[in-house]
Design a protein around this ligand. Structure first.
Ligand code: SAH
Length: 454
């Protein structure tokens, strides 16, 4: 069967849709073509670069008729950097796109077309919102470079400006890179496994102003260590914590297992609402503090606690949601797989004077069934799993143990929808879904769902 287009064809197409990774989709006689950089509602001239049996790819040559909501992306490296995908879309356009992404999976995957999906809760100022940056180092043309990865590659885009990070991050990054090069610190090379410095992770407590700088190295022993600490303290005068993390594996996972404090505190402190949190280098902490309050506020509203409830918080991280809910509950039980995060959670309960929270390290799908065996009974269960969604065993435990209410916080609408279908079939009713924009300028979308036992 012949395809309606072939490689190297040039043609004008109308963009109908946008994929979850921000690529425009056109259809030529029903044959889908993916065209990165194009937006729904516009006509573009393309060069066909690849054709497969069921779909193909085009390169954008010219925008013939732009979409109404197209804007000039403010970032100079938007077209090469893989960090943001939709800076060329107005913020209203981004929110509408995310709403339709969630709506579509709730319809198709969860098969719940009657369930309300509310308009996305967005930000007043959708720039400079991140409290954490993770920057890889490398060598280009014999010079040390740092920046962010190109889309779908591990090639570094050499830049020190990032419009979704904190402004001081830009200066810090440039100065650190120059200083490291001067000191002769060798950037780690993913291909050969040679070199020392893999990543720098910078985290800032928005409420406290504290800054943690984490240097991820290949080895623990490091000749330039003292000078590097001195340089970081000079370049980042507000730094409160300098940490080394050792990762000797050939992997694209950033953190290794060994963490050492080189200078200052082991953790940084931040607050959400009126709860204070100590966060260690490896622990998960939401990257958008402004929207975290919106997200947790919604979770609290859906939990609708009166003070007498027993709550389980699965995938609890450093206990953020648990401690946010604890004041309105009888007892909260949090479980999380990273042991340091659980250590943080226990400390965080103590520094906030919260005594009705219990934390345990381990996989949620193992710990929660054990809790039920020991007689812990949850009235409300909160889950906030990573992108792959809830573990199948955990969903089965929920269906067997039948907590009255579930609040599902999700960073991946597709797995949320899959899990909602399983819970619906197991006896739950999805009441509503509220998307929250935690990641402006990107296609990532967060959502909270509220379920009740039928
Ligand atoms: N609720 C927290 C963390 C959410 S991120 C917050 O809002 O800050 C998801 C968390 O799930 C991460 O901390 C990750 O380490 C943890 N995790 C991943 N797999 C897990 C599992 N099988 N069991 C328990 N926790 C897990």
């Amino acid at each position: 069967m012949s395809l309606p287009v072939k490689k190297n064809d040039q043609l004008d197409v109308y963009i109908e849709d946008l994929t979850h990774d921000g690529s425009g989709v056109a259809k030529v006689e029903g044959y889908p073509l993916f065209i990165p950089g194009s937006l729904p509602g516009e006509t573009v001239r393309i060069h066909v670069v690849k054709t497969l049996k069921k779909y193909g790819f085009g390169k954008l040559l010219e925008i013939v008729q732009p979409a109404e909501n197209r804007v000039e992306p403010p970032c100079p490296v938007f077209h090469v950097c893989g960090g943001c995908q939709v800076q060329h879309l107005t913020y209203e356009g981004q929110l509408a796109m995310k709403h339709s992404m969630v709506r579509s999976v709730i319809d198709r995957i969860a098969k719940l077309p009657h369930v309300p999906v509310h308009p996305v809760l967005g930000m007043e100022n959708p720039w400079r919102y991140r409290n954490k940056s993770q920057i890889p180092f490398g060598t280009q043309n014999g010079r040390m470079v740092s920046g962010f990865y190109k889309t779908r590659t591990h090639e570094i885009v050499d830049t020190d400006v990032c419009l979704i990070q904190q402004p001081e991050g830009d200066d810090i990054l440039q100065a650190l890179t120059n200083e490291f090069e001067k000191l002769g610190v060798m950037p780690y090379d993913e291909e050969t496994g040679r070199g020392m410095l893999r990543h720098v992770v910078i985290r800032k407590g928005f409420a406290t102003g504290e800054i943690m700088v984490v240097l991820i190295t290949k080895k623990k022993k490091w000749a330039e260590k003292e000078q590097v600490v001195e340089a970081v303290r000079r370049i980042v005068p507000d730094v409160t914590s300098i940490i080394q993390n050792v990762n000797s594996e050939k992997t694209n996972v950033i953190f290794g297992n060994e963490t050492l404090t080189l200078w200052g505190k082991d953790t940084i402190t931040d607050t959400i609402g009126d709860v204070k949190f100590d966060i260690s280098a490896r622990s998960f902490y939401q990257v958008n503090p402004v929207q975290t309050e919106v997200l947790y506020g919604k979770a609290l509203e859906y939990a609708n606690l009166t003070g007498g409830e027993s709550v389980i918080d699965a995938y609890c991280g450093i206990g953020t949601i648990s401690l946010f809910l604890a004041k309105n509950a009888k007892h909260v039980y949090g479980v999380e797989i990273v042991p340091e995060a659980i250590e943080d959670a226990k400390k965080n309960a103590a520094i906030n004077g919260i005594s009705n929270a219990t934390f345990e390290a381990g996989p949620a799908e193992v710990v929660i069934p054990n809790w039920y065996k020991q007689g812990v009974k949850a009235d409300v269960l909160v889950v906030d799993p990573p992108r792959k969604g809830c573990d199948e065993t955990l969903l089965q435990t929920i269906i067997t143990e039948r907590p009255k209410k579930i609040v599902y916080v999700s960073c991946n609408p597709a797995t949320l929808a899959r899990d909602l279908r399983i819970l619906e079939d197991g006896g739950y009713e999805t009441k509503e879904v509220q998307p929250v924009d935690m990641f402006p300028q990107t296609t990532h979308c967060e959502a909270v769902a509220w379920l009740e036992l039928r």
